[in-house]
Design a protein around this ligand. Structure first.
Ligand code: GLA
Length: 385
């Protein structure tokens, strides 16, 4: 896909039988290059915002409702605006929008009655953050140009997801959807909530490969990982009470004291602490245009997710192992929350076609599924089209 505003306006009018001209907002998905599950441990992450985005067309209406239609699910849902402050989640896609609307009312914004037409290019369940793209595009559409600091927008999207939808996520996805920048990756410090833009070498392509395994186990396993990291922090505080999160733990200190942490939390902590360090190292390698080193860090990060954090799955491991055998592939790793979704691959431009052909054939032969590939070019964060 690749939507143009005119098309969405037409679809909006047809869907709502309206003559209004809606405004169209967009917010991007993201691919994380390294630093997985480090955000809620207040470490670093390194995503790029994608040109695949979620679009929301919005116009005022006189029916007293917030009426939303999802093109992708072909479902409509409405809520009297008077009920936004008290609505409870219903475990449907509209939770993302009503959750954002509720958070905006808590911030003192009134939500006028209106119609919203939602259409997304970000594949659901692929680890490319379709939910943050939906939350942030809905939030900017509902704000309709009213001033709100960008960082607050990211935090509001995260609150909608963790408190209303019930997925206890970190800040990375919403942050990337807000602050994404064409031509650069974002190195985000999840403690200070500041970021720097890091330009990527021009002689490499970033290709996501979709295993088509949906991360359905995701939420409960995610919750477990959050709890295991807290257990690791509790054990490490016995040694140094100044430690408040895994961000405070240097790798060499951890290696000296790790035996005092119970086995499973110890492995989780080892992943988080080492992957935070790998974010710093990847940014350095990217600035030095050192592609072999970037590739090495990718694979080290994947092994850490595979064996220590235990969030990979057979299909994803297969995609990584097959990719790194292909000439011109510098590195490969799973991206996002885990248990399926996409791998992200660093590929020499001249090797991209072979990479796709060989990986497609190998995956099809093993799993009888054809992976989808996405060319990941850094794009701008959320805004009006
Ligand atoms: C999901 C969450 C993010 C982050 C990643 C893992 O995408 O929404 O906050 O924790 O998983 O890095």
């Amino acid at each position: 896909m690749a939507f143009v505003p005119g098309e969405i306006v037409e679809r909006f009018r047809k869907q709502f039988q309206s003559a209004e001209t809606p405004l169209v907002y967009r917010a991007p998905g993201r691919v994380n290059l390294i630093g997985e599950h480090t955000d809620y441990n207040l470490g670093f992450v390194f995503p790029i915002a994608l040109d695949m985005a979620c679009y929301v067309a919005i116009a005022p209406a006189s029916h007293g409702q917030l009426r939303v239609y999802s093109h992708d699910f072909d479902k409509e849902s409405s809520l009297p605006v008077a009920d936004i402050a008290t609505v409870k989640p219903t475990r449907q896609w509209s939770d993302y929008i009503f959750g954002v609307a509720q958070e905006l009312t808590k911030e003192g914004f009134s939500i006028p009655p209106g119609d919203m037409y939602v259409v997304s290019e970000v594949p659901v369940g692929s680890g490319l953050s379709s939910s943050a793209a939906l939350e942030i595009s809905a939030a900017v559409a509902l704000l309709g140009g009213r001033a709100f600091p960008k960082i607050e927008l990211a935090k509001l999207g995260q609150r909608a997801e963790s408190q209303f939808v019930g997925m206890p996520c970190g800040i990375m996805d919403q942050y990337a959807a807000v602050f994404g920048h064409a031509g650069a990756a974002l190195k985000i410090d999840c403690r200070s909530l500041g970021h720097e833009y890091v330009e990527l070498p021009s002689n490499v392509r970033i290709i996501a490969a979709n295993s088509l395994v949906k991360h359905e186990l995701g939420t409960s396993a995610y919750r477990e990982r959050v709890a295991e990291c807290r257990q690791a922090v509790a054990a490490l505080r016995e040694i140094d009470p100044k430690i408040e999160s895994l961000r405070d733990v240097a790798l060499d200190f951890f290696e000296r004291v790790q035996d005092s942490v119970p086995l499973v939390p110890r492995r989780r902590a080892r992943h988080v602490i080492s992957d935070t360090q790998r974010v710093v190292d990847l940014a350095t390698a990217a600035r030095a245009r050192d592609l072999p080193e970037m590739g090495r860090l990718f694979v080290a990060s994947h092994r850490s997710m595979q064996y220590d954090y235990e969030i990979s799955c057979a299909e994803i491991d297969f995609l990584v192992d097959a990719a790194i055998q292909i000439p011109g592939v510098y590195g490969s790793r799973m991206t996002g929350g885990g248990f399926g979704g996409c791998t992200v691959n660093l590929v020499a431009p001249e090797a991209v076609d072979t990479f796709r052909q060989q990986l497609r054939a190998a995956y099809h032969e093993r799993y009888q599924k054809t992976p989808a590939f996405y060319d990941c070019k850094p794009a701008e964060g959320a805004g009006l089209l």
